[in-house]
Design a protein around this ligand. Structure first.
Ligand code: 3E9
Ligand code: MG
Ligand code: MG
Ligand code: MG
Ligand code: MG
Ligand code: MG
Length: 365
């Protein structure tokens, strides 16, 4: 393997779960990709082989089937953009051309009726996604989906400027970019839609809840950087992931970069658990569902990440772990030395008061 890096089992304290109709959902997403001709024929068939419907069925294991299908099609569409335009396409090395193209797509998401990109299959797919969003989402959820697409697009343009220059950002910039270029925030409205509720702004936009979501983005994308390292580093193409950042800027040997990245995600995972425990103690039922879904999203990305052909690359096997571990390699409660996210550690509510033992509580009357 490149650099001799062997990805170890990662710490996962969250239980796996999957929607029982995952096979059908996965098949429907294959049909959708073919109907809308997402990506080049080669890319499309590759994406269909990645079991993205299964991934979506793990993100919303108890969710509405139509929303899971919508999420699956949307994630496949995102890979159509991320692989097709950004990482393997010509636009990906040219931020000046990427900006107008992504801005046009954003207009389609926002106003699907506009007569723009009428011959473009990604635009047609996006129109269909927006139409289905309208059937299941509140106007506020649609608006947040569009806003999240914009922040994803902004971050991939930043990434494209590094690809264009062949440069590697430092850890703080990389972290900030990665919070959005992993396309995790665009999934958030669908977590609510999957269970048929709308989280109220006073909860969703509160500093601790936003921190919890960002922690989930961090764990999901650091895990992706581990599981996709083989796929990304084996070719000749420019690639960017946390192992490369740590090797490049911190002078770490590949093995040490790996240990460092694993310790970082373990510490954030531990912080996420403390944050959720604190928020669950006082949150609404909708907030508790939302936090549970953040956990499902983390676990889904892990189960799918170690098993999808996208990362195991059977034609050149990646030798990914097949299990998880139940203890962190690093459980320090100290903030990571990453200024953009160090505030997370200050956002955790105080420990809830200990619950009285059952026998000490007065009997119900
Ligand atoms: C992920 O980063 C890029 C996104 C556009 C993929 C779409 C996935 C989601 C919306 C859910 C988040 C899941 C993840 C990050 C697994 P990157 O490193 O380009 O993904 P890759 O698969 O190429 O490693
Ligand atoms: Mg990418
Ligand atoms: Mg990629
Ligand atoms: Mg990756
Ligand atoms: Mg490797
Ligand atoms: Mg090792």
């Amino acid at each position: 393997m490149e650099h001799g890096v062997l990805i170890p089992p990662v710490y996962s304290p969250i239980s796996p779960a999957i929607h029982p109709r995952h096979q059908l959902i996965n098949q429907q997403t294959a049909d959708w990709a073919r109907n809308f001709r997402i990506g080049s024929p080669e890319l499309r068939e590759k994406l269909i082989g990645h079991d993205i419907g299964t991934f979506a069925a793990r993100i919303l294991p108890g969710g509405d089937e139509e929303v899971i299908s919508l999420l699956a099609d949307f994630v496949l569409w995102l890979f159509g953009v991320d692989d097709g335009h950004c990482e393997e396409g010509e636009l990906g090395t040219d931020p000046k051309q990427l900006v107008p193209e992504l801005s046009r797509l954003l207009r389609i998401a926002q106003n699907p009726e506009v007569s723009m990109l009428t011959e473009d299959s990604l635009a047609a797919g996006l129109r269909d996604l927006r139409r289905r969003m309208d059937q299941r989402a509140t106007p506020g959820q649609v608006a947040r989906w569009v806003d999240a697409l914009r922040e994803y697009f902004l971050s991939v343009v930043w990434e494209a400027s590094h690809r264009n220059e062949g440069t590697v950002p430092g850890l703080n910039d990389y972290t900030l970019m990665r919070l959005y270029d992993g396309a995790t925030s665009v999934v958030m409205p669908l977590l609510e839609m999957g269970y048929g509720y709308e989280l109220q702004p006073h909860e969703r936009d509160s500093t601790p809840v936003r921190a919890a979501a960002e922690m989930a983005y961090f764990v999901i994308t650091w895990d992706n950087d581990l599981f996709s390292h083989h796929k990304e580093s084996r070719g000749q193409q420019y690639y960017l992931n946390v192992l490369r950042v740590l090797e490049h800027h911190h002078g770490l040997a590949p093995e040490d970069a790996l240990d460092t990245a694993v310790a970082q995600r373990d510490r954030v995972m531990c912080l996420f658990l403390r944050m959720c425990a604190g928020l669950n103690a006082s949150g609404s039922p909708q907030l508790r569902q939302y936090l549970e879904s953040l956990g499902s999203f983390i676990r889904a990305a892990q189960d799918w990440g170690i098993s999808s052909h996208r990362y195991t690359t059977p034609e050149d096997p990646a030798d990914l772990p097949t299990t998880f571990r139940d203890t962190p390699t690093d459980d320090s409660t100290e903030p990571l030395g990453i200024p953009a996210v160090a505030w997370w550690w200050d956002a955790v509510p105080d420990e809830p008061a200990p619950v009285l033992a059952q026998s000490a509580q007065p009997a119900e009357v």
